[in-house]
Design a binder for this molecule. Structure first.
Ligand code: ADP
Ligand code: MG
Length: 292
């Protein structure tokens, strides 16, 4: 279906800030019982701030931040933007060669002659780096405080921990309450750490959390829920979410999201808060009522 092809409800949809792709999208809203919400950029603003740089034993804070920020200059990820912004006063950063993105895990590249790895502990461990106990403890403490902890390492081990924080959008909690009032069960889905995910879920009133999911696995999570007999709506924004949005019975893309996500979705939300998703589902249901 083409994004512009419709129909009844389009006029009212535009007024609510909702674009509706086709009649099949409206059909499916009747059956939907579960709403999967992507965390970063959907429930939260996705604008992260660097709060802490914790050097490992014997490491220099400035060196840890310099190499981390240099490497993150090549990434568009919200974590990367926070790290780069956090190093703004450091002046010019060293160049990176052989930059690579490890989807949903972090980034790698050569900086100052070091092969630097940055991201989830899983990434560093998978590539054979040791994560010293002091950094494990620092990361655990940051996550307990609801922050996303990323590790940076080179030459055999992790050498620093960076803590970044995102903020829940002011309307997310009310939107979750309204989804429940419509008889829908919200589920939070994220590639982020489970502790952080649970903290965000608690803040907005979601009980069901699926965390530490790789981008490629998001589509499988949606398929698994469907296999349990749950018709699924999914709200997302990232490139990461496109396949899952297409797999869902009803895909809703945040208007601020990527073109890929929008193309994969049935509905595009022009406003970038979750209340727009509630309006979209309500509107789709009522439009269905009038065309029957
Ligand atoms: P989400 O599902 O919340 O949108 P992603 O799948 O984009 O999250 O990323 C999952 C996790 O991978 C992040 O929380 C972060 O720990 C790590 N990660 C991904 N890309 C980067 C990066 N460029 N820099 C640091 N960490 C990253
Ligand atoms: Mg995302």
């Amino acid at each position: 279906a083409t994004p512009t092809a419709l129909l009844v409800g389009t006029g009212r949809g535009a007024q609510f800030g909702v674009l509706i792709k086709g009649p099949e999208a409206l059909e499916s809203t009747r059956r939907v019982k579960t709403v999967v919400l992507d965390k970063t950029g959907t429930v939260t603003t996705g604008r992260m701030t660097l709060l802490d740089v914790h050097p490992g034993e014997g490491e220099q804070r400035a060196e840890v931040l310099r190499l981390a920020a240099a490497l993150e200059s090549g990434s568009e990820h919200p974590v990367a933007r926070a790290v780069v912004a956090g190093a703004a006063e450091m002046g010019e950063l060293p160049p990176v060669t052989g930059f690579a993105n490890a989807e949903g895990l972090g980034v790698t590249g050569t900086v100052d002659g070091h092969e630097v790895l940055l991201g989830r502990a899983r990434l560093l461990r998978e590539r054979g780096l040791v994560v010293p106990e002091d950094l494990v403890r620092a990361a655990t403490a940051a996550e307990a405080a609801g922050r996303t902890a990323v590790l940076v390492g080179w030459s055999g081990r992790a050498r620093g921990m960076l803590a970044v924080a995102d903020q829940v959008k002011p309307t997310s909690r009310e939107a979750v309450r309204r989804l429940r009032a419509l008889g829908l069960t919200p589920v939070l889905l994220t590639g982020d750490n489970a502790t952080v995910a649970r903290a965000v879920a608690a803040e907005v009133g979601i009980d069901e959390v699926i965390a530490e999911v790789l981008p490629t696995e998001k589509v499988e999570v949606v398929a698994r829920l469907q296999a349990e007999g749950r018709a699924v709506a999914m709200v997302g924004d990232g490139v990461n979410d496109a396949a899952a949005l297409a797999q869902a019975d009803l895909g809703l893309a945040m208007g601020t999201g990527t073109d890929v996500a929008i193309e994969a979705s049935d509905l595009t939300l022009v406003r970038d808060d979750l209340l727009a998703a509630v309006d979209a589902i309500r509107l789709a249901r009522s439009t269905l009522g009038t065309i029957k």
